[in-house]
Design a binder for this molecule. Structure first.
Ligand code: SF4
Length: 258
């Protein structure tokens, strides 16, 4: 520990990761959630490198992950030794790029499989998404390194972000994005998604989820004071309207598509 700074040595940091893993596994056992246990690492105890990879995985699959990164990693950088932090800054960004591209590959593969199974997509970017889904086999055969991740992330035609919070996919194009009008950015602000954006795509799964969420809101509305209930029901109606629009406007692959 550096005197007076409160920073942690790597050994202390590793001990805390071990203690966290022990606590998480004990809780998982206690609750009977065996699928939630953290498996042992074949290479030994979970060290800071695996912890960073796990952190990057979670950040890449959360809306606005880069902001979460800034908060989390900014904290980590002050919490662990200077040498590790100075080596880590470039590294964590590369890990985030790699995990983001892996998450995108999963999303593109899902769209591809849905379309092949006869399901439909809707929204202003639906046709673009159909084209992008044709790149799914390309993702499947690609080893994602920091270099390939960087290259793929600037290819607007290939990148589709999942936005489970807003129940849609974002086929991001900077020029049509409504979530950051005040400045040009390289990635969407998924937690500030704006209805009516030209990058929105919805699938049949989203239509189902929209109706499920609407039903949950209606149920919640009957247990709260009337003004709040009225707002919840209005939100439920809005979600059902999105689902109805999807059903009316969805397009599918032509019969003879490859
Ligand atoms: S507003 Fe548009 S660009 Fe931004 S997250 Fe939503 S769909 Fe994507």
């Amino acid at each position: 520990m550096r005197p007076g700074t409160g920073t942690l040595k790597l050994t202390t940091f590793r001990r805390r990761i071990d203690a966290f893993v022990h606590w998480a596994n004990t809780e998982a056992d206690r609750c009977g959630l065996t699928g939630e246990t953290i498996p042992p690492d074949p290479l030994g105890n979970i060290g800071t490198a695996r912890f960073r990879r796990s952190l990057a995985w979670h950040i890449a699959r959360r809306p606005n992950g880069l902001v979460a990164l800034a908060i989390q990693y900014g904290h980590l950088r002050t919490a662990i030794s200077g040498a590790y932090a100075s080596r880590g800054r470039g590294g964590i960004h590369e890990l985030i790029d790699i995990e983001t591209v892996r998450a995108v590959a999963d999303t593109v593969a899902d769209v591809h499989d849905d379309l092949q199974a006869g399901r439909g997509v809707s929204g202003p970017a639906a046709r673009r998404a159909i084209k992008a889904s044709a790149t799914a086999p390309r993702f499947a055969g690609t080893v994602i390194t920091a270099t390939t991740a960087k290259r793929l992330l600037v290819n607007e035609d290939a990148i589709i972000y999942d936005n489970p919070h807003a129940l849609l996919l974002c086929h991001y194009k900077r020029g049509t994005a409504l979530c950051h009008r005040d400045g040009v950015k390289d990635a969407p602000s998924l937690d500030h998604c704006v209805p009516g954006c030209g990058n929105i795509v919805r699938t049949d799964r989203h239509a189902i989820q929209l109706r499920e969420r609407a039903n949950a809101l209606d149920r919640a509305a009957s247990h709260v004071p009337q003004p709040v209930g009225t707002r919840l029901r209005a939100n439920a109606d809005r979600l059902r309207a999105h689902a109805d629009t999807h059903d009316r406007t969805r397009i599918t692959l032509p019969e003879d598509a490859p």
